[in-house]
Design a protein. Sequence first.
Lengths: 271, 271, 243, 243
Amino acid sequence: MPLSDAVADLVRDGDEVALEGNSALIPFAAAHEVIRLRPRDLTLVRMSPDLVYDQLVGAGCARKLVFSWAANPVLGVTGSLHRLQDALVNAWPAPLEIEEHSHAGMTARYVAGASGLPFGMLRGYAGTDLPQYTASVATVRCPFTGEELDAVSALNPDVAIVHAQRADKSGNVQFRGAGGMQREAVLAARRSLVTVEEIVDELSPVPDATVLPSFAVTAVAHAPGGAAPSAADGFYDRDDEAYRAWDEISRDRTRFGLWLEGIRVEGTDTV
Amino acid sequence: MPLSDAVADLVRDGDEVALEGNSALIPFAAAHEVIRLRPRDLTLVRMSPDLVYDQLVGAGCARKLVFSWAANPVLGVTGSLHRLQDALVNAWPAPLEIEEHSHAGMTARYVAGASGLPFGMLRGYAGTDLPQYTASVATVRCPFTGEELDAVSALNPDVAIVHAQRADKSGNVQFRGAGGMQREAVLAARRSLVTVEEIVDELSPVPDATVLPSFAVTAVAHAPGGAAPSAADGFYDRDDEAYRAWDEISRDRTRFGLWLEGIRVEGTDTV
Amino acid sequence: MTTLDRPTTDAGSWTSDEMLAVAAARTVRAGQACFAGAGLPARAAELARRLHAPDLLLVHDDGRLGELGAVSLPELFGYWIQSGRVDVGLLSAAQIDVFGNLNTTVLGDYAEPDLRLPGSGSAPEIAASCREVVVVMRHRLPAFVERVDFVTSVGFGAGPLDRAMLGLRGGGPRQVITDLGVLEPDPDSAELRLTAVHPGVRVEQVRAETGWPLEVSEDLVVTDAPTPHELAALRSVMTGSGS
Amino acid sequence: MTTLDRPTTDAGSWTSDEMLAVAAARTVRAGQACFAGAGLPARAAELARRLHAPDLLLVHDDGRLGELGAVSLPELFGYWIQSGRVDVGLLSAAQIDVFGNLNTTVLGDYAEPDLRLPGSGSAPEIAASCREVVVVMRHRLPAFVERVDFVTSVGFGAGPLDRAMLGLRGGGPRQVITDLGVLEPDPDSAELRLTAVHPGVRVEQVRAETGWPLEVSEDLVVTDAPTPHELAALRSVMTGSGS
């Protein structure tokens, strides 16, 4: 299925959309299709928003951001996603609501969502200021010990979009490399799209690879290079220069606007 | 470390001991060392007790059994572990208390134990008769939806004993093949022993393999063939004949007694 | 366990266990994800795979998802079974009751058992969460009881509303395939009633092997006899698997 | 982020950032399992690995356990971090307060921030569950505040009993290593006090960069200057990692 058709089929105004994939395998090509689709009022879910959500937020697609760590991973930690910053501090191009968690909390939320449970639990929120600002955090008491633990509500996005190395012709998907909640995001979501580097006749087992059977995926689209400028283990490394270059583009509303026009009008996928 | 020393160091009277490993990688060699050690009043924990706990229960080591499915997997489903049956129905050689769960419940208990949580939760016990006989089952209410879920208390055995394909010289362990809660049992336990087919200079990545770093394991012992007559993927298949032969040995107290003397006195590991 | 198949009363060249396996295999549809318990259920699933459902994805309780590789047990039970992603669970039991509840735990009193059975295994979670359950077992009076000695796996509890009240999200038993016929839950009462008999089997014979007053559907049908193709496939399964 | 290291007031041939990295690396012991946040913490951990802890097992937040392979994120956060199996967590922050609480979330008001920071990442669970935490950050007045604007990761809350009351099972901050010296919690009050200054640093200088009345230990020591060996290793790390 062509990527643009798949995105148009799956993403609707107001949807909760999760583009997952840790610091590698980020579905940039699909994200740019979302930008072209111009949906409104999306709730964007992602542990590490990264450049990809800086772009979607800057493009005005989002009403809300659900996340656990937002920065440009190549540049370091503070204020490095300028479109997010602009939306949060100046409500430009639109106000952005946030719902934030820790990585462990987001992980527990995806696991709960993928497992048909309404919540997950963990240790780590007690004593922090996060619960007072985040409605999806509560506590639960152990029925055996009486101990109080942190509870987080399940994530069940309307759509999950992820990128993988390959799929076979039946649509079974193989992911490779450490990290990421790609599978959980797909399994937790109502609809899902996996973009892949290549489509092969048959998947062969490789170390550190995980598989998602076709019946758990709504659509697969062939998108070589679809995770660039992030890395796709076995295909390409992260393009650190592109990450640095984004800082200049993103820092300035006008320059960002030109970039956005390039994506929208010309369909050129720079960065 | 010699296997007999490792077992003697780790297993004490009254301990809760988990010998894990699904239907393959069952640590039979270590179990026979436990029989030679003659500990008393063990609580034996294992999802599928299999022949290995038929032997330990028949040998009079156990006070209690914690499990989810007890049968001889080669012979089929009913009454095929005669020593367990004799202990449960006739209290021979000693009464045997039981605490039973489903596979999903035992899995959730190990995961909770390995994760530093006092309980796990799942769906599947509601409406069954199991909770009224099993104290480690309760319910918990979702703080977001109000829904009631099944809760099971964490498993944190005193000792976990498991078998793996290989370890490197630093004691990092590599397991291969589907299934089993080996890693979780080790991570949940206070002390642990891993017996391995071989010790290599360096572990190389292979598909479907999982690794346990040395710092998470108390002791590693070289025990080639240590999972026989169960299978060790890449080394040997299950010896179905031995499983069938066990039925005859186990069916009769006298024949079992002779087998036990063989294990204890002569140190011969038949079956 | 040695299987002594009785020849059917019909003059056909198949046994009642073969009819059972074929009828059970027919309930499985192509493209489904299927969990099959050991023994009769596994045989039926394998037969379906060889007949009309070559793309059946068999979910094993060691974590294997068909031929695609394996997931860890926490993922298996969480992401694949509890999530409701398995289409059909094929289960057997030592006892089944009028509401399709299954017992694989104990015969007699729990504390002082007449016979200790293997226990739960994965059956309770399969029964709770699969989209539907097909029970596959031989039809004998000691096994078809009004009330099971122990509810290991929930069918319809004690009535049509119980699954929803218990928060069970799977559909529960759709059919019980036996060597005599097929039972299905009555939509109003959730009680199992006879909806098909196998060729050569009389309703009275089924009633005689059922420990509750068995209702018979107005639309009772006779199962199609196994085709030569089905029998050939089944016999290759049984040779191959050694059951 | 460009790092502008100030030369130290000492005439030595090392910068204050180099002293910081060396002092932080010294806190890591051989054979430990260590989680290190991005930036200064990661640099210190890598330096320790090259100096005295070649067998340091670095736990990464993408699930890699050293060179041994990777676990899934649910396993990482459950089995490895939350379980308390990580010996030491090296963390940095935009703000730290007198009780060692860390802020990486927001400067100013949460709803109307002056500056939005990256957020929690894995820091809260590291701070909650690692056996001990070492904080690694530059010592500047805006960062060393009496009370952080937002508690992202708990140090000692508001006093010595808070961690136990909150159910946090890790030991909390053992040391705060800065480019000026070392702070450690007072066992009675859990307040951070100065226990070491780096060579050439005066206590008044540290006080001037600390936003609370900084207590000084009676046993205040001067940190050993970086050895040529340590400096050579550090410089190879910084070239290698590009920081």
